[in-house]
Design a protein around this ligand. Structure first.
Ligand SMILES: NC(=O)c1ccc[n+]([C@@H]2O[C@H](COP(=O)([O-])OP(=O)(O)OC[C@H]3O[C@@H](n4cnc5c(N)ncnc54)[C@H](O)[C@@H]3O)[C@@H](O)[C@H]2O)c1
Length: 362
């Protein structure tokens, strides 16, 4: 197609690979034409794997390329706001990975600059596109469960792959910030975006205190103003690989879904095998390799939607505003865990540098 959206990717690590692969799985609407990353050799390797013609060390150079219309940010959390500002100032649409940024001030600035420059700020929350979870929402919207009163989402594994996630100055928080952002967004989206009335959270560092000040386990209860409750459980302390699941309860029914069970082959191996199961430390013993993994998570569908939004063919369903709602709930979650009390929203403490400070500083 002649009018494919030309895409640049910032970063060349784990998520950059997913974005590049996602565009390749659904190539009709967009093509990746450039990648930018300061990591020596990494960007070149990614470019080679996915036939990406242009490689830059400095993403600002990539932003000078006139044909690039949409840029995806897959850099560490503390860089999201600055990168979004640069992308918008270059007149390009921004796709920002989760969590949106480090602070509510940054979130507001990101939304404002994209509005001013007339570009889209798209929030890369793939759970809005995950086929099993979308199916659950479709059934809920058709009334299958009656009035939904409880939505649960949980993501657990043994902790992230890169050092910066464990450094609170760069990540902004631990399991709640990294994984809870998915669950908060999911509950909010599933229930059709009712306001969040309050957040109550418990967290601790149980397994990884030697390498981080971040929490490696968190439990978060969200009260919505339509009367429903969200329960978001996240962990960097779960051994044995990845778990990602939802449960939905209404007065007339319920449904469960696991992204790993039913999309995976229960596998036992004495010797291991080449393919690294996400976040599993080994492929020996029992593992659950997922087939069509990116599709089952919704990444290609997400990137296709974003490209269609750039062309005006679809209205964005995952935006900077969604990321901002999530950020406020994350603030409230850390403050709740710190104070040992339920926090009512709106909640906007001043002078916050990193959400986790609202827990650590108490
Ligand atoms: N949606 C999801 O499920 C999901 C999964 C994993 C990561 N993420 C998010 O994606 C982002 C990146 O995470 P990751 O797992 O890919 O991390 P990573 O450590 O694997 O990769 C980070 C990349 O950012 C690059 N980078 C660092 N500083 C940069 C700079 N100044 N300019 C350009 N590039 C720079 C690094 O070189 C590296 O290539 C994070 O915000 C993370 O939360 C989202």
């Amino acid at each position: 197609m002649a009018d494919k959206v030309k895409v640049g990717i910032i970063g060349s690590g784990f998520e950059a690979d997913i974005h590049a692969a996602a565009f390749r799985i659904m190539p009709e609407e967009a093509e990746v034409v450039a990648v930018a990353s300061p990591s020596p050799g990494h960007a070149q390797e990614l470019a080679k794997r996915y036939d990406i013609p242009r490689v830059f060390q400095d993403y600002r150079e990539m932003l000078k390329e006139r044909d690039i219309e949409m840029v995806t940010i897959t850099a560490p959390n503390y860089l999201h706001a600055e990168m979004t500002e640069d992308i918008a100032s270059a007149g390009k649409h921004a796709v920002c990975e989760k969590p949106l940024c480090m602070t509510l001030e940054e979130a507001d600035q990101m939304i404002e600059i994209c509005r001013k420059k007339g570009v889209l700020l798209l929030y890369a929350e793939e759970l809005f596109f995950t086929p099993k979870y979308v199916k659950a929402k479709e059934m809920a919207d058709q009334g299958a469960f009656g009035k939904v009163y409880l939505v649960k989402q949980s993501e657990k594994h043994f902790g992230p792959h890169s050092d910066w996630f464990w450094d609170m100055a760069k990540a902004g928080g631990g399991a709640l910030m990294d994984l809870g952002c998915h669950g908060i967004a999911f509950c909010y989206w599933f229930l059709d975006r009712p306001s969040i009335k309050s957040v109550q959270c418990h967290m601790g560092t149980y397994v990884h205190a030697d390498k981080t000040r971040g929490e490696d386990n968190s439990i978060c209860i969200l009260e919505f103003d339509n009367g429903a409750v969200g329960l978001v459980e996240d962990s960097w302390a779960r051994r044995g690989g990845m778990d990602d699941r939802i449960e939905v309860f209404g007065d007339g029914g319920m449904t469960y879904a696991s992204l790993l069970m039913g999309n995976a082959l229960p596998t036992y191996s004495e010797y291991g095998y080449g393919y690294a199961v996400e976040k599993a430390p080994t492929t020996k013993g029992w593992t659950y390799p997922v087939f069509e993994e990116l599709w089952n998570y919704g990444f290609p569908q997400e990137m296709r939607h974003f490209a269609r939004c750039v062309r005006g063919r679809e209205e964005p369903i995952a935006t900077g505003e969604d990321g901002r709602v999530v950020m406020e709930a994350i603030y409230a979650g850390y403050a709740s865990a710190g104070r040992g009390e339920k926090i009512s929203l709106p909640f906007r403490p001043q002078g916050v540098k990193r959400p986790i400070d609202l827990w650590l500083a108490v």
